[in-house]
Write a protein that binds this ligand. Structure first.
Ligand code: GRF
Length: 218
């Protein structure tokens, strides 16, 4: 089943591009129908042009409430037939309007092994905590901040001499692999099949350097 995706972003958009390139290479059975970005000057717009993906600027500053902002985003997504919503560096909390329009169909990627280091600056938090290993997590979005059920994680070593930039770059290389992979699992119906069973949303399969959690309590 070809997934019709909408991507929400606020920044550089390297994850957006990684998903778009995976589609171009035939590794992901999906289409990005539209990019919605809340920052007018974000680098992600140039990437959308290169990929030939329609891009729409919707600024939260133009709306009086989160509900109104999200209602406008929902209109754009509906105009493009979006079925699954992919957050890729979207720097706003998701509220009830989007959550109820896409129940259990909003994904996010976070630069840490959740539940460790939620919120901003995942790589910086890992360095400050002195951990030897961190990673990234793809999870379903719920009303909390980085609290939704985890679908997949990739491990990333912290190396001697790492600073925030070097560690972030290493994490992002894994993000760019993991996000398209999880989306392809969804395209193959594996998430939905498992969602009907107890223990949702365990996903398979682990590969050499991926650790897959079952989405339950840690
Ligand atoms: C990624 O590191 C992701 O984990 C976090 O925001 C960052 C977005 O980067 N949610 P990019 O805009 O995809 O390059």
């Amino acid at each position: 089943m070809t997934l019709t995706l909408g991507v929400l972003a606020s920044g550089s958009g390297s994850n957006f591009e990684a998903i778009g390139r995976a589609i171009e290479r035939g590794e992901l059975d999906a289409k990005i129908a539209v990019l919605v970005c809340n920052k007018e000057k974000a680098g992600v717009f140039a990437r959308a042009r290169d990929l030939g993906i329609p891009a729409v600027h919707v600024s939260h500053k133009h709306f009086e409430s989160r509900e109104a902002f999200e209602a406008r985003i929902c209109e754009v997504l509906a105009e493009h037939g979006v079925e699954w919503l992919v957050l890729a560096g979207f720097m706003r909390l998701v509220g009830a309007t989007l959550l109820s329009a896409y129940p259990d169909r909003i994904l996010n990627i976070h630069p840490a092994l959740l539940p460790a280091f939620p919120g901003l600056h995942g790589a910086r938090q890992a360095l400050e905590a002195g951990v030897r290993e961190t990673g990234c997590t793809v999870h379903l979005v719920d009303a909390g901040c980085d609290t939704g059920p985890r679908l997949a994680q990739a491990l990333v070593p912290v190396e001697a001499g790492d600073d925030e930039a070097s560690l972030t770059a290493r994490i992002q290389r894994q993000e760019h692999r993991l996000y398209p992979l999880v989306l392809q699992w969804i395209a193959e119906g594996r998430l939905e099949a498992r969602a009907r069973r107890p223990g949702f949303p365990g996903l398979l399969p682990p590969t050499d350097d991926l650790v897959i959690f079952d989405g339950g309590e840690a």
